[in-house]
Ligand binder design. Structure first.
Ligand code: ZN
Length: 452
């Protein structure tokens, strides 16, 4: 029977393979492709029906980066590139520097025109305003001290809408030093290459023995930012999915389980959004098909009753969290299980910026389990390494999710959670996509509606 329980050591071996042997897994890169094959083979080896789901992404790589402070002559300052924005000319871009404070609407006016703007934190909500005034370059100072600047990319949709500007990120401490010194002039050099690339979701299905038309997705993203291990985010969650797949392939399930490793989450939830868009298209087609009876027939999307999302896991010195987008019973279930036998879970009905969101946007309840700790602040930097993670921590989360699935999904006589997302949560999801991601992934849907 031991084989039917989540095994932290097995999960840790997968973790080591993904985070250390393969290493960086940027969306569309060779590392991501290798990881996809590894996960697919694991699923297939368990007897699941396994396949890859390809979709296009904007691939990229770094060739050169440099930030030099010329006046006062402080020299080079360590920086990261905010990718998928804009390159400088080969000799770099030199301009006067202006520090405006946090990158918010009130702080961005005509005085930034033609200058290198230095802001505290990001400018996502004010990007349109920033670009309206035509800055020459942008330096983002990290809001939090004691960590390296983030290695992340902008959404290409933003630059096609509002334009682009060469952008680098520097640490909080370097930002402090530059602002204190009253920096007046600097040079930025950013050289990257961009390629059309293909990313993949990896799906492994275990068909339900009693209710095959009730589908529960258990997924987590396996990609990373450029050149980092992404151990906690999210090799940790991926290996929970892989080990849970092993457990349930052996145990069986009354309901259909779809294990998923999502690609290119760090690029803006690309994999899960692609998956849901495909389901939505099929849903629309099925409803139009002859003989479809609304009250009787269920499309594949209708059959999805829950998405379990695992993102950020494995921290030895960590705490457990869950976020739900669905009926109150969903969060109550986690709260009660934690009270019954531990471990402690902090539970809330709220959004979680990850692959559960596109599902709940489409009306499928989702629950995200995560385990974070002090080192979680290193996410999206080269310090998100395996050293902070361990088999015990993986087992604690893995066994909790395993029990949740056994009780409420794989063995339950009746599926306990209504297929509903309350209005207040729906609004939060809509705001997340429109105001935080700042892109409307579902624009095409609207176009299609308009056309038909
Ligand atoms: Zn993540």
């Amino acid at each position: 029977m031991a084989d039917l329980q989540f095994d932290g050591e097995r999960a840790y071996q997968h973790l080591h393979h993904l985070a250390v042997d393969i290493g960086a897994r940027l969306g569309g890169s060779e590392g991501e492709h290798q990881a996809a094959q590894y996960i697919k083979q694991h699923f297939a080896g368990l007897g699941l029906t396994a396949h890859l789901e390809p979709f296009p992404v904007q691939g990229f790589d770094l060739t050169e980066k440099q930030l030099t402070v010329l006046d006062p002559p402080l020299g080079d300052v360590f920086c990261e590139v905010y990718y998928l924005n804009q390159d400088t000319p080969p000799e770099g871009l030199e301009a006067d520097v202006v520090y405006v404070g946090p990158g918010q609407l009130e702080n961005l006016g005509p005085e930034i025109a033609g200058r290198i703007v230095m802001v505290l934190g990001g400018v996502r909500g004010a990007y349109e305003q920033l670009m309206r005034f035509g800055p020459a370059g942008l330096i983002i100072i990290e809001a939090e001290p004691d960590k390296a600047p983030l290695r992340i990319e902008m959404l290409p949709e933003l630059r096609s809408k509002f334009g682009a500007v060469p952008t680098v990120r520097i640490s909080h401490e370097d930002g402090l030093r530059l602002v204190k010194a009253g920096v007046k002039r600097a040079r930025i050099l950013v050289r990257t290459v961009e390629t059309e690339a293909t990313s993949h979701n990896v799906i492994g299905e275990l068909r339900g023995t009693v209710f095959p038309d009730e589908i529960v997705v258990v997924g987590g993203h396996y990609d990373t930012s450029l050149g980092i291990q992404g151990a906690s985010d999210n090799a940790g969650g991926t290996v929970l999915v892989m080990e849970l797949a092993r457990v349930f392939a052996a145990r069986g399930s009354k309901r259909t389980l779809r294990f998923a490793a999502w690609g290119s989450e760090e690029m803006g939830l690309r994999g899960s959004v692609h998956h849901i868009k495909t389901l939505k298209k099929a849903d629309k087609a099925a409803r139009k098909a002859e003989g479809f009876v609304k009250e009787r027939d269920k499309t594949e999307l209708d059959q999805h009753v829950l998405c379990v999302n695992l993102d950020v896991h494995g921290a030895i010195l960590g705490e457990n969290h869950s976020r739900t987008l669905g009926p109150g019973d969903l969060s109550a279930a986690v709260r009660l299980m934690a009270k019954e036998h531990g471990p402690a879970y902090e539970v809330a009905e709220d959004i979680y910026s990850s692959d559960g969101m596109p599902f709940s946007e489409a009306g499928v309840p989702s629950i995200s389990f995560a385990r974070s700790g002090g080192t979680t602040r290193y996410l999206h930097t080269p310090a998100d390494i395996i050293d902070y993670l361990g088999p015990q921590a993986l087992a604690e989360s893995g066994r909790f999710v395993e029990e949740f699935l056994v009780r409420y999904v794989t063995e339950a006589r009746a599926f306990p959670f209504e297929r509903e997302v309350p209005d207040n949560l729906k609004n939060k999801i809509r705001d997340y996509f429109q105001k935080r991601l700042r892109i409307d992934y579902y624009e095409d849907d609207e176009d299609e509606k308009g056309a038909s």
